[in-house]
Design a protein around this ligand. Sequence first.
Ligand SMILES: C[S@@+](CC[C@H](N)C(=O)[O-])C[C@H]1O[C@@H](n2cnc3c(N)ncnc32)[C@H](O)[C@@H]1O
Length: 308
Amino acid sequence: MLLPPEGHEPVLLGQVLNYLAPGPGQTFVDCTLGRGGHALAIAQRLGQTGLLIGLEADPRNLRYAADRLKASACPTRLFHANFSQLKQVLAEVGRDQVHGILADLGVSTNQLFDPAYGLSFDQPMPLDMRLDPDLPRTAADLVNHLPESELARVLYELAQERYSRRIARKIVESREVSPIKTTEALAELVRSAIPRWAGPVRIDPATRTFLALRMAVNREMENLTALLREAPAALAAGGRIAVISFQSTEDRAVKQAFGSLEKTGVMSILTKKPLTPTPEEMACNPRSRSAKMRVAVKKSCSLLVASC
Ligand SMILES: C[S@@+](CC[C@H](N)C(=O)[O-])C[C@H]1O[C@@H](n2cnc3c(N)ncnc32)[C@H](O)[C@@H]1O
């Protein structure tokens, strides 16, 4: 697959703009700046009287997005920060509440391709997987040091890997001989752990193991839970949040969080079913295939009072 011109093609861009409806003078947060595709389109709509607050865990993507955002007249405040720190970032900017929040979860295409991130098994790379180089543990640390039962739990809980125990056993047997250091070595091990009777497979058997390890290294579920907890208070009445996820564990968490916020009368869900890319978008950008976007709006004060 070729790298898109900016290193990443923003997914569901039209739907993001339609549902979040950024307008002149408003304040928006892009929790996952990435290569700045969504952020630039939003900033252009906020205009010179608006404010775009951007967060990004990866300082390399942050630099790229910051540069790209110079093309818009909208003022920006950009942070090397995890979106679990949304509340602290807003306090730093001096804004309690904003009109819109976007979180486009996971990784950008350039991160998958660049050996420095150690995310992909398509080519040999050091087994790292940290999006933020300040994080304490790499994927190599996890596979070489986690107890076997913990490894199996991570694979099963984060990526529903049905052969989690076999894979964990194989990893432990292998690391007793020598440490596992590359994505290629780990992928080979995983493939060899899948039983022959499993039959032909649609995706590479290493896919789920790699997803689970990336999520564990970057604490992706913990961060998403924190964001979903903090976001409602950070939205002004009528403010909207859109979350784009690429796998079922995350989408379920977003669906449940929005569902309970609707039940308690804090938010209304705008997407009863998640929005997905059109066949045209999938054809142009195959990585968009698994994207699901859910959007919710914060109820106004009067509605809040009425529902209490
Ligand atoms: C799918 S990409 C976003 C692409 C972006 N919307 C664009 O148009 O270029 C996800 C980005 O979020 C960053 N990221 C992932 N988890 C994060 C977190 N918890 N806090 C901040 N950034 C995060 C990744 O480093 C990556 O750059």
